[in-house]
Design a protein around this ligand. Structure first.
Ligand SMILES: *Cc1c(COP(=O)(O)O)cnc(C)c1O
Length: 399
């Protein structure tokens, strides 16, 4: 029997749940793109995006997903043959590195594996050894969505300063923006990449590249940007069309305006960070309780290194795949697949799953998802410890 006929919960780490208000805001006739309300709307969106990024500087908006944002960010600060240092803590660090390599950069990767954060001492040592300052940029994911690690971006800046190194600091906040605390200016980040379909609750289609003054200076010697990807007109538009290098993404902008109203003007950014933190702790408490009596564990053992937007879980194979399938077919909850933990085709691949808890997610959705996971363990005969839902409810209750 299927019990899934009701409102589904897409609990994958992006795209995230879209609020009805965002969908309704997008349900409008096409607007004039040469003047009128859309122009004011974009100005307000730019203002609020900068508030969410905690920056006083600039943003360039692209009609793209996160991968487009990655390439946009690199194209504007690198010249062919420039060296970048990538701090990889999961699949997404490697993804950004692959883009840089394909674009003609010399890419060096410090790989910290799938269960650890960046070792800041190693970063400092590597930068100190670069006496000729060949490394132009240090790339790091704030949250790596595959491992669900949250890296200390301010710590990376401190390591760069300790080494006296002038490279740009570039952060990928595609998973974390509006979920985990992030402070672009206070943490000394020069370039930050985000997209609209995770914490910002909008269907996929917009990428954001935030740029500080050092990044804007780097644009002068960069030579990888073709006209569409050049951030200069987008971040300093003289004419409205320059924001988007052509036709504005009209309906995405309506959706984004509604999402920013909810996030910035109603809930408040810091309250949203707190909500994500509390909901994440409820999930961790449940998984830890299940793990007391079964083959289930959080990928990141140290709570201080865990994302508040996504949780990566290990379970004996093939239970990961079986649980995901049971939840989607029987309970209307779709969990994320494991990413970068084992090769597809390897039986171990079925020993991972992820829970996306970013954006438009509240206590009853999280308790519901956890309750259906508990039902899935029972239905599938997967051993699991007792008390998981009580533990999660205790966290939600603030005890
Ligand atoms: C989702 C994600 C990406 C890729 O975004 P797409 O929109 O799928 O291209 C990159 N980095 C991180 C950290 C992500 O979570």
């Amino acid at each position: 029997m299927s019990l899934r006929y009701g409102r589904p919960y897409l609990a994958i780490p992006g795209p995230s749940v879209i609020p009805d208000r965002v969908l309704q805001a997008m349900h409008q006739p096409a607007p004039n793109i040469y003047g009128g309300p859309l122009v004011d709307l974009v100005e307000s969106v730019v203002r609020d995006l900068k508030a969410v990024a905690r920056t006083r500087h600039k943003v360039a908006i692209y009609i793209a997903n996160g991968h487009g944002g990655w390439e946009a960010s690199l194209a504007n600060v690198l010249a062919r043959g420039d060296r970048v240092l990538v701090l990889a803590t999961g699949r997404f660090g490697h993804g950004w590195a692959e883009a840089a390599r394909a674009m003609g950069a010399e890419v060096e990767i410090l790989d910290f594996g799938n269960r650890a954060t960046v070792d800041l001492g190693r970063v400092e040592d590597r930068l100190r050894a670069d006496t000729g300052h060949q490394i132009r940029a240090v790339l790091v994911s704030h949250v790596d969505t595959a491992t669900s690690v949250r890296n200390d971006v301010a710590g990376v800046r401190a390591a760069m300063e300790a080494a006296g190194h002038p490279a740009l600091l570039m952060a990928d906040c595609i998973a974390s923006l509006a979920c985990d605390r992030f402070e672009m200016d206070a943490w000394g980040v020069d370039v930050m990449v985000a997209a609209c379909q995770k914490g910002l609750m909008v269907p996929p289609g917009l990428a954001f590249v935030f740029l500080g003054p050092k990044a804007e200076e780097a644009r002068a010697r960069a030579d990888l940007a073709t006209p569409y990807w050049d951030w200069t007109p987008r971040a300093n538009p003289q004419e409205f069309y320059q924001y988007f290098g052509g036709t504005a993404p009209t309906h995405h902008l309506y959706g984004l305006r509604a999402a920013l109203d909810m996030l910035v003007h109603e809930e408040g950014l810091e309250a949203a960070w707190d909500r994500h933190a509390r909901l994440a702790r409820a999930i961790w408490a449940a998984i830890e309780a299940w793990g007391q009596g079964g083959p289930i564990a959080l990928n990141m053992t140290d709570p201080a290194l865990r994302s508040h937007a996504v949780t990566s879980v290990r379970i004996d194979p093939p239970h990961g795949t079986a649980l995901r399938e049971w939840l989607s077919e029987t309970a209307g909850v779709t969990l994320g697949i494991g990413l970068g933990m084992a090769a597809p085709g390897d039986p171990a691949w079925h020993g991972f799953f992820r829970i996306g808890h970013m954006g438009h997610v509240n206590a009853h959705m999280i308790l519901g998802a956890l309750g259906t996971m508990e039902a899935g363990f029972k239905a599938l005969g997967v051993a699991h410890g007792a008390g998981a839902l009580e533990a999660a409810a205790g966290v939600i209750a603030g005890r």
